[in-house]
Design a protein around this ligand. Sequence first.
Ligand SMILES: [Zn+2]
Ligand SMILES: [Zn+2]
Ligand SMILES: [Zn+2]
Length: 166
Amino acid sequence: MTLSHEDTYECPRCNEEVRPDDEFCAHCGELFFEQVPCSVHRDRFAAGGCIICAKAFCSECGGERHRAFLCNRHLGYEIYEEHVRVFGTSDVAQAEFARDCLEKEGLHPVVFSRKASPLSLGAPDYTLFRASGEFDGHIVNELKVMVPAQEVLQAEKKLRGLRVLM
Ligand SMILES: [Zn+2]
Ligand SMILES: [Zn+2]
Ligand SMILES: [Zn+2]
């Protein structure tokens, strides 16, 4: 860990800024201290911190994915460029509704489209998504509402309250 400013550090793994009292990096889950206990198994040491729920877990309770550490519960979440999918729909109005509601909560949602479509919804055109979406001529035209990892729990709560998420 290198001291860049008076009270901020840089994560040695992902180079994002972290606070000196953080147990692990909020961006990649890298542990900064040894012997941090797993939040499930108090007698085991954690292997990393989940970037979504911000708790430390051992190697049995979580693992690496997308160059970040995630707990088993969040390991299956779709992550793209530091954003995590919280909701998917083919309905543009519903995607916009979800995004607007999350923005009003003070969150930072973006809508990704797998298809390079004219419906960019104000977000940049993430054509890279096409790679995973097109098989056998079927285009899965899902609009993904995504938020930064740290906002996932809050966003899911909000969307459940709105009955957008079941
Ligand atoms: Zn990091
Ligand atoms: Zn988690
Ligand atoms: Zn554990």
